[in-house]
Design a protein around this ligand. Structure first.
Ligand SMILES: Cc1ncc(C[n+]2csc(CCOP(=O)(O)OP(=O)(O)O)c2C)c(N)n1
Ligand SMILES: [Mg+2]
Length: 240
């Protein structure tokens, strides 16, 4: 879950639902002050769309003309709760428009449309009109491994899984003669190989040493977090 890669401007994911929204505002404010021309994008789920932080953030973004885009992946479920049991108005982009943002809802499987609209919304954000993109899709499986989605039936899942962005893109590429079936099959095989190799690598790898838990956690040059380290060592030795 906690992936981060600052080298490509990926500021990180974290476990607090909706928190990426305010962090993106901070990053956008930084870009604005530094006049860097960057746009911050927050990705979050429909579950986060019901969090109050989104409304504070959208107001601030519009007021301060922040170069930020809020992108809501509306896969219809926040854990086991379907969107229409969590929101009275499920046209999420309308909320953004009410705050003075540029807002749109798109079919999330239509990769070309999403690409085009993203370019437009990003360009507007760069000029000081923040945006909101709601991408409609379907969560193919449960929220996490142990969630067997007992709150919905097989017929619904079958219908939902037919809305597959990868299948859609494949059909478009073939239709436009941008790629052949053989090329796309080859690509699928390469991806499967890469994934299998990654799993094999993880299974074969040695368990990380205890002190590895502090790696990449504190910024370079920060003082050694000794009390925390000692505290955690005690907890871990007791757990053993
Ligand atoms: C502030 C906060 N409240 C509750 C949770 C517990 N929680 C984890 S994921 C989740 C649902 C989030 O919905 P969505 O982003 O739509 O995720 P999806 O089920 O589609 O994977 C909840 C409530 C949390 N992590 N953070
Ligand atoms: Mg969801």
């Amino acid at each position: 879950m906690h992936i981060v890669d600052l080298s490509v401007g990926m500021l990180g994911a974290n476990g607090i639902v909706g928190s990426s929204i305010s962090l993106a505002c901070g990053a956008a404010l930084s870009a604005q002050v530094r006049k860097s021309g960057q746009v911050a994008v927050a990705f979050f789920g429909d579950g986060a769309a019901q969090q109050g932080i989104l409304y504070e953030a959208m107001n601030m973004a519009a007021l301060w003309k922040l170069p930020v885009v809020f992108c809501c992946i509306n896969n219809q479920y926040g854990m086991g709760t379907r969107i229409d049991r969590a929101a009275a108005n499920t046209n999420l982009h309308e909320r953004a428009i009410a705050f003075g943002l540029d807002g749109v809802t798109l079919d999330g499987q239509d990769v070309e449309k999403v690409y085009e609209e993203s370019e437009r919304i990003l360009a507007a954000a760069r000029k000081g009109k923040p945006g909101f993109l709601a991408l409609t899709c379907y969560r193919f499986f449960g929220h996490a491994r142990l969630d067997k989605s007992p709150y919905r039936d097989a017929a619904e899942e079958e219908k939902g899984r037919a809305k597959d962005a990868l299948a859609f893109a494949r059909a478009r590429l073939i239709e436009r003669k941008a790629a052949s079936v053989a090329e796309l099959d080859g690509l699928d095989e390469d991806v499967a190989k890469e994934m299998n190799a990654a799993v094999e690598h993880a299974i074969a790898a040695e368990a990380p040493r205890q002190d590895a838990m502090f790696r990449d956690v504190f910024a370079a040059g920060e003082p050694e977090p000794r009390p925390l380290r000692q505290h955690l060592s005690i907890i871990l030795s007791e757990a053993r």
